[in-house]
Each structure stands twice: as structure tokens, then as C-alpha cells.
Write a protein that binds this ligand. Sequence first.
Ligand code: UDP
Length: 476
Amino acid sequence: MNDESQKRKTTTEEPAASGEKDGLKEDVPPAAPPAPAGRTERRFRESSLPSHFIERRKHPRIQTEPPPPPAPPRMEDYAPIIGVPELDEIRFLARHLQGKTVKMVNSTAVGGGVAEILNRLIPLLNELEVGTKWEVITGGNDFYEVTKGFHNALHGGDFTLTPQIRDIFLSYNEQNRQRMQFVEDLFVIHDPQPAGLVQAKVETRGRWIWRCHIDLSNPNPAVWEFLKPMVEKYDATIFSSPAFTRQLGVPQYLFYPSIDPLSEKNKDLEDSFVDKVCDDFGIDRSRPILTQISRFDRLKDPVGVIEAYKLVKKYVDCQLVLAGGGATDDPEGAAVLAEVMEAAGDDPDVIILNLPPWSALEINALQRASTIIIQKSLKEGFGLTVTEGLWKKKPVVAGAVGGIPSQIIHKLTGVLVHSVEGCAYQIRYLLTHPEFARQLGENGHAHAKENFLITVNLKRWLILFQILLGLAGPAI
Ligand code: UDP
């Protein structure tokens, strides 16, 4: 486990909540035997909570079937959100690119953040008449094992790069290069898996962009040295945060990840729907609700969140919702869920939800019902749950890791924390200073609107395409 979670140290800038010398150990309930994921029934201690809440908390009503996919939004649907002038600006930028063609390539059509982004971005580019095609590379299990190993190694994991592994990576990239045609004006290659397609550059008249969605700040040196010469063949590279980049001999651009304000996860909801979701899960909307939405992963520190909640609960009434997914098909997720259940013990106000992947509307409703959104990660990518919380005008309390400090300007658009005690202190402060909490939420929303919406991302693509095609002339 991460050092930080083991030490649980109090930082000097975050005073501990009073009474904290009670000690965390005393707060942890006696260990219960771990139970299988998804089917566990937790025992709750006697409480004054009405029985229907207890019943729902034991048996939350979770959607078992995926809902039909909604129609993709069109540009004009964004006008009420970003305003007509901003929309006009996007259309103006696109006009100079009309007739140009783009190919985007990644390694999967479904699942994962990149596919999700491309699913929204590509229809919008096409609507703007910037003809954009999406292609997915193919490979055998050996290729995906190698690229998964690379992914972990690029995040700093151990990895032995053998000649055979290099061959597998290069030969699948070469097969894909031969299968594909490269006739467009611009090629955008996402992440390391298809990075080798750049070998085709010499045969094309287009410009090549490598869009890196992962954090390269601390890569395994052997894997990075292998990939770097490929990356340096591109005309431009894009990273998601200044903290994620490496020294390169080619230009680097900063594109923050983005959320779609019209997606099921982020669109406005009727309050009656939020009520229904809370009712389905046994959440009491008349009392403060703290929520962390995250895969059940130790790096998201769900147990640390429970410890912080317990410190807060000594002084201020609240409920804690920990909602996540991935614990059914991932053995590690199941183990973490069991640890979370154990840490929650018999406290009826800790509501743990193992949600299926089609829960976007429910997650949206949970975020909207929350008094405070928590994302107490110990390591993080960009932290889209933070963006989602900011967009919903919620005060967000989050670990100062990965891309989170780009989103949270401490005490202006949210609060950054470094420890369980700091997290508890800030939650308690926000619960007892609702006007400050409201102001943080407003500021956070403005920050997200300015920087992290898909429309902002679209604008950046259009500008970069113009720069690379030499269309962005000096202002007159
Ligand atoms: N999410 C989800 N279901 C879950 C947990 C998370 O749909 O059970 C979503 C969450 O709303 C966010 C994304 O998955 O949009 C997680 O992105 P983030 O960058 O926060 O973390 P990651 O899981 O990529 O490390």
C-alpha cells in the first residue's frame, strides 16, 4: 500500500480536527470477515434511522439492465450552456478547416476514457464539417499484454523490456500500418499502443499528432527510452497536465481532459429524479451527504475517506456515500470493497454502492444530492470525478495529486488535502460554513466551464489543426 496511506500523517498547513488525539485506531471497528463482492449484506447497529432507510441500505435498488443510449448532442444544444458567442467562435474556427480531413486512432472502441471522449468529440467535428474518421488498431492477446505492461511501466511500475516484447509491439504496429490507409490531412494517434503508426509519416502529406492521455512524469526508463524516438517523430504532442509531460524534442501542447455537460453523467436533472435515486439507495436528503465516486481501488483511498468521515461524525451529523464499480469483475476491486465494508463496520450511515457500468444517471444524481464531493486519492490521473463535482457547483475536497491541483485552486475552487485529518478538518469546516461552501461550488463551476468542457477541448483541437496546417496566420 502507498506510503501516504500507511503513515496517515497530519500536515502542518491542515490543523487536525479538535479531539483528533482520540486516535484513528480507536475509531476502527473490530475486523469483520471479508465478504464476497456485490452480495454482501452488512449488519447495521441499532440506530434511530427510519427502518425504510435501513432496508434500502441493505438492499439498494440498483439498475440491472443498461438503459438505451441517448441521442448524441448537436452543436446548437450547447448554446444554452456556453452562450451563442462562444458557439459562433467555434464555428468560425471550424470554417477555416472545412474540407480538411482527420484520422484519429486509438486501441479500443468501447470502455475507457479515451473511447468515451472520441465518441463525443468526433460527431461534433463532423457536424462542423471537419471530416473526422475514427479507427481502432487490432492485435492479439500478446499485443494487449505488452501494451498493458507498458501502461503500468509508464506509470512507474517495474518492467523487463525484452527483445521479444519490443518485437511484439513493433510487429502489431507494423501490421496495422499496412492495413490502414493514411490519406488524411491530420493524424491523431492516442496513447502509446498505436504510437508506432508514425512510421507511415514519410509516405503521407499529413501532419502527425500524438495525444498522450497518461501521466508520463515517472516512467520506467527502459520503456520510455524505447517509445521516445517514436514520439519524437510526431509534429506535435499533447499532454493532459503540465505535470504529466517529459522533455521532448518536439512541440508539446496542453489539453485538459474534458466532460460533456450534456452527457447522462453531467446533464441537468429533475430534482424528483434525484429524490428517486436517493430513495432507491436509502440516502436521507434531509441530512448532509458526503460522497466519493470511485472505482474500488486503494489509490482512491476509500478507507481513508471512511476514517475522515468518522472523525467528522464525532462533531457534525452526516452520511457517507461510497459509490464505485469494477468490484465484480476485478479481483483487486473485490478485495478493496471487502476492506471498505470492514472499515465501515456496522455504521448505518456509511452507504456503500457497487454500481454497474451503466450508472451514469445514478452517479449524476448522487453527485447532485451531495453536500460535499470527496476525492481523497493518493495517486490520480486527471480526476474526472473532481471535474464532475465542480461542474455541479459542489464544494470538492480532494487529494493534491495528479491533475487535481489543476482543477482545485485551494480555497478558491475547492479544497486540497494531504491526510485523513486534513480531509476531516476541511469537511467539518465546510459543513459548518455553508456560505463558504456555496461560494467554492460557484467558483468551481466557473473554473470547469472555462477550462474543462468538451466545447473548450473542441476549440483547442480546431486551433491546433489550424496551426499545424499553417492556416493560423498572423492577426490583421
Ligand atoms: N465512474 C463510473 N462508475 C463508477 C466509478 C467511476 O462511471 O463506479 C466514472 C466517474 O464518474 C468518472 C470516471 O468514471 O467519470 C472516473 O474517472 P477518474 O478520472 O475520476 O478516475 P479513473 O477511474 O480514471 O482513475
